[in-house]
Design a protein around this ligand. Structure first.
Ligand SMILES: [Zn+2]
Length: 143
């Protein structure tokens, strides 16, 4: 399943070169061509899925297996002791390329990026009953 206009599908197909770190039969990790920090890595499924929940189980497992294997090496190879691992899961969340991709960004103290909590200037204050209602609504959608 590929989209001929998708830059990540083109990387998977070998039509655009990428600095590949690791690959399995369903997913690949490569250096982001526009890194936020030296060593910024992307992990993508070979198949074109827009969002995390669109992946089939095997592809989801394959993506995380690659992330599991590569995260420590990204830290060691980038001379850092931490990474931020993030997925922008949909346009409103900041996803620019609609092919699911996981960012592994090397982090240093004082790099100015902070925790993802700083993305949210206003946080909701939810009462326990509202949390219960949300839990029920979300859990009701699980199959
Ligand atoms: Zn794609």
């Amino acid at each position: 399943m590929q989209d001929p206009d998708c830059v990540f599908c083109k990387i998977v197909a070998g039509k655009i070169p990428a600095k590949v770190l690791l690959q399995n039969e369903r997913a690949v990790a490569f250096l982001d061509a526009f890194p936020l920090a030296a060593g910024h890595t992307l992990v993508i499924p070979h198949s074109h899925y827009a969002k995390v929940q669109d992946m089939d189980r095997q592809d989801a497992m394959a993506v995380f297996e690659i992330a599991w294997k590569v995260a420590g090496a990204v830290e060691a190879g980038s001379d850092v002791r931490a990474t931020t691992i993030a997925i922008h899961n949909g346009r409103e969340a900041g996803q620019e390329i609609p092919h699911m991709h996981m960012h592994i960004v090397p982090r240093k103290g004082g790099d100015g990026a902070g925790p993802i909590h700083l993305m949210f200037k206003q946080r909701p204050k939810l009462a326990s009953q509202e949390m219960d209602a949300l839990r029920d609504k979300i859990a009701g959608g699980l199959s």
